[in-house]
Design a binder for this molecule. Structure first.
Ligand SMILES: C[S@@+](CC[C@H](N)C(=O)[O-])C[C@H]1O[C@@H](n2cnc3c(N)ncnc32)[C@H](O)[C@@H]1O
Length: 217
């Protein structure tokens, strides 16, 4: 599915989010420490490299990993050459304890088993390193939440389909976001799986959630 929409993925993202997705990725950089000079970062399910590019600009040495070749093929435009690899987030091609930071943006919802992904993120982090998960969520079911739900179900698949040529990819987005656990449940899962000091920040009233968890020192 991602291979089919790779060429139009960035344009669809910008239009569907009204550009807001960029500010969410900037927030990830801030929560990672802001100035990442000299830090080693692994961006799992990096896609076309939007977050990897932002981490790179902040000074990190980034490795982007994604199993869809067509998505990572766009990476070099945003990240210095050689800093991306086709690979599986459930079996990261990286040694134990090598990274200061591991991120995954809008990718965890797509992996087959997110608990395996958490274990991999912990494995590759050095003690005291940080994991950041950016993922969609659902706002509270007030007026804003109901309008957003209508947008997600009825408007987004039409526009996403027209822009990318694959409407089912955006119906899939709606399905998976609505089935996704709420912010607090995911925060608890991260804590159960071994991350410490787990926090969650709801962005845009919960449309996106930013989870942060550290590896114990
Ligand atoms: C919605 S895109 C997100 C891309 C990017 N992180 C962003 O913020 O735009 C989801 C990505 O997850 C990747 N993906 C899904 N399962 C994966 C896995 N097990 N290992 C690596 N990448 C995976 C897909 O190939 C796709 O590029």
């Amino acid at each position: 599915m991602f291979a089919g929409i790779a060429g139009r993925y960035d344009v669809a993202n910008r239009v569907l989010s009204g550009g807001v997705d960029r500010s969410w990725r900037k927030r990830v950089v801030k929560r990672a420490g802001g100035d990442l000079t000299g830090k080693v970062a692994i961006d799992v399910a990096c896609g076309t490299g939007d977050l990897a590019g932002a981490l790179d600009k902040a000074g990190a040495r980034v490795l982007g990993v994604d199993f869809t070749f067509e998505m990572v093929a766009f990476g070099p435009k945003k990240v210095r050459p050689g800093m991306w690899v086709q690979g599986d987030g459930l079996r990261l091609p990286v040694g134990d304890g090598t990274a200061d930071l591991v991120t995954i943006a809008f990718g965890l919802r797509n992996v087959e088993d997110r608990r395996v992904c958490f274990a991999e993120m912990l494995r590759v982090l050095r003690p005291g390193g940080r994991a950041i998960v950016l993922e969609f969520g659902m706002p509270d079911p007030d007026i804003f939440g109901r309008v957003y739900k209508g947008y997600l179900t009825h408007v987004l698949p039409r526009i996403g389909g027209a822009l990318s040529g694959d409407r089912s990819a955006y119906t899939y987005l709606d399905d998976t976001v609505q089935k996704w656990p709420d912010a607090e449940t995911l925060r608890q899962e991260m804590a159960q799986d071994g991350f410490v000091d787990c926090t969650v920040e709801r962005l845009w009233r919960g449309i996106a959630c930013l989870h942060v968890g550290d590896k114990a020192r």
